[in-house]
Ligand binder design. Structure first.
Ligand SMILES: Nc1ncnc2c1ncn2[C@@H]1O[C@H](COP(=O)(O)OP(=O)(O)O)[C@@H](O)[C@H]1O
Ligand SMILES: [Mg+2]
Length: 409
């Protein structure tokens, strides 16, 4: 029995007592308001999906002077988890770079996201490319003429590359949402190393604040600073990696995370999964899941907790509204935190993740590798294979992804 199944059983007892999937009906009730954009082309799953998982072999480019650091290993760990789990499912085939890969060897399950790697996966018969990588506007999935030939025959589990490039920029996406005037967000400042006036800006801030990279990952470079001196030192260290960085008001209350699922043939609207709450912060910051397993510092919000506090529902609706704005084609995960350490305090949205971590159990030694999205899925009674098959169902054709124009351009 998978670890995820035992989580499911436990969570079904707590979060979902009255019926098997009450969360779905709860979500259904409140989510009907968000059913515009009903015309997005969503491809039906063909009779037998043949999936190839891509990992990050390409370093993301510098965009607006800032590079998102590549993940060591290029997400091959989660890629191998996904491929391993999918190939066990009826009705799904998985193609891999070598025949009969060893479940313990993460490097044997996924294709590099280079043009050559993608074409190799397609030549092996892939009907679905699982883009478990960071996409960008000049990525081969977007620009390769050889890959283009397949755009009507192949589906992609992932976001449009142009969208990721724009929205992986925390400043860009948060500013876009701020202009709408309907989202709850923390105060924020952008500091540029070449603008010598940046030190004076620190005087105008109320402390504590958080200093962080604009294109971040895994809490790298994110620090709570209690004084101006502390912030100044931190900003200088961030400038050694990137010429512009961001500072935010420190949200001191409960941290949660909300996964919003994309539209699918069956459910033609964005909908949030059960909320996952996070604890055991280190220095006021949630540690990277590669350092502390999320099962040690995160759990789904119980049905009782959710019913008692309207702020959970408010933030879930806001997160769905974010998806309505950004129109992702795969799950997004939004990190939120209450302004104050007080149950009546509202949640503010601070990190929109275009590629939530998708690790999961199955391969040897991976039993505690649930991701935050899998914890949320378990709140619905879904195990890892179910989460992956639902994502597969919501895939879009490569043509749809490639034809997505960047926002405001
Ligand atoms: N404005 C903020 N207020 C309070 N905590 C924050 C704030 N911004 C980030 N954090 C903390 O730092 C962690 C990582 O920051 P985040 O912006 O999510 O970047 P990453 O891209 O590295 O996930 C968050 O999970 C949270 O614990
Ligand atoms: Mg985050």
């Amino acid at each position: 029995m998978h670890f995820s199944s035992s989580i499911c059983r436990r969570l079904l007892r707590t979060y979902h007592q009255p019926s098997l999937f009450p969360c779905v009906s709860l979500a259904n009730r409140a989510h009907t308001a968000f059913s515009r954009h009903a015309t997005q082309s969503v491809q039906p799953l063909s009779s037998k999906a043949v999936v190839a998982v891509l990992y990050q072999a390409l370093e993301p480019p510098i965009v607006n002077g800032v590079r998102k650091p590549a993940k060591p290993g290029g997400y091959q760990d989660s890629g191998a988890d996904i491929a391993y789990s999918l190939q066990k499912q009826a009705g799904i085939d998985v193609v891999t770079p070598i025949d009969s890969p060893d479940p313990a060897d993460q490097s044997a399950w996924c294709f590099p996201d280079t043009e050559e790697g993608i074409l190799s996966a397609l030549s092996k018969g892939a009907t679905h490319l699982w883009a478990n990588t960071i996409l960008f506007a000049s990525h081969p999935l977007q620009v390769s003429q050889s890959v283009r030939k397949y755009q009507d025959q192949v589906n992609v589990i992932g976001q449009p590359p142009t969208l990721v490039e724009q929205f992986d920029d925390k400043n860009y996406v948060n500013s876009l949402l701020r202009t709408k005037g309907t989202f709850t967000m923390p105060r924020s400042w952008i500091l540029n190393a070449h603008d010598k006036g940046w030190k004076a800006v620190l005087d105008s801030m109320s402390y504590p604040v958080v200093g962080k990279p604009i294109r971040g990952r895994g809490s790298h470079g994110v620090k709570k600073c209690d004084t101006k001196d502390e912030l100044e030192k931190h900003v200088e260290s961030l400038f050694s990696e990137s010429p512009s960085i961001m500072v935010e008001e420190y949200l001191s209350g409960e941290e949660s995370t909300v996964t919003v699922m994309p539209r699918s043939k069956e459910k033609n609207r964005y909908w949030s999964m059960p909320i996952v709450t996070r604890f055991n912060h280190v220095g006021g910051i949630a540690p990277y899941n590669g350092v502390v397993a999320v099962t040690a510092n995160s759990r789904v919000v119980t049905k009782e907790e959710y019913a008692k506090d309207p702020n959970y529902d408010i933030v879930a609706r806001e997160c769905e509204a974010v998806a309505e704005e950004l129109r992702p084609t795969a799950p997004i995960r939004i990190d939120v935190r209450r302004f104050k350490n007080d149950a009546s305090s509202k949640f503010a949205l601070f990190d929109i993740n275009m590629k939530p971590n998708m690790t999961g159990p199955g391969r040897p030694g991976r039993d505690d590798q649930a991701s935050l999205t899998l914890l949320a899925a378990a709140g619905l009674g879904w195990d890892y294979p179910r989460l992956l098959s639902e994502m597969l169902k919501s895939s879009s054709s490569l043509r749809v992804l490639r034809h997505r124009k960047p926002e405001n351009k």
